[in-house]
Design a protein around this ligand. Sequence first.
Ligand code: AMP
Length: 124
Amino acid sequence: MIDPDCLFCKIVAGDIPADTVLETDDVLVFRDIAPQAPVHLLAVPKRHIPSIAEVGPEDHGLLGALVQAANDAAGAFGLEDRGYRIASNVGDEAGQTVFHLHLHIMGGAPLGALAVTDLQDRTP
Ligand code: AMP
């Protein structure tokens, strides 16, 4: 399924250019346009799923292929021994801005904190 209003669907369709680093039957991996690490890639399923929170049983195989492609892309950039981070934002407070499931693959330097560093009294 393709969402005609979705940015990453347009990249998958080739209607918007991207710096693709890996492609499989089901997954595209391309460079993030505003990198937050020396290596910052995005792995997206070609099929439109709004976020990782909306994955269903029918998507389990696709999720496996997505993680495999993310790891393969990290390896292609020599990150397998150095380490890297895979992250996927869901919704506003996580900072999701593109509502097409994507894995951020980041590495190439020591990475900063994963999230809020000073929890103060905000733990539920
Ligand atoms: P998120 O904020 O988790 O939804 O991540 C969306 C990511 O998409 C951000 O890191 C953006 O920099 C990236 N992005 C937005 N537009 C493009 C584009 N045309 N090509 C590549 N990456 C993009």
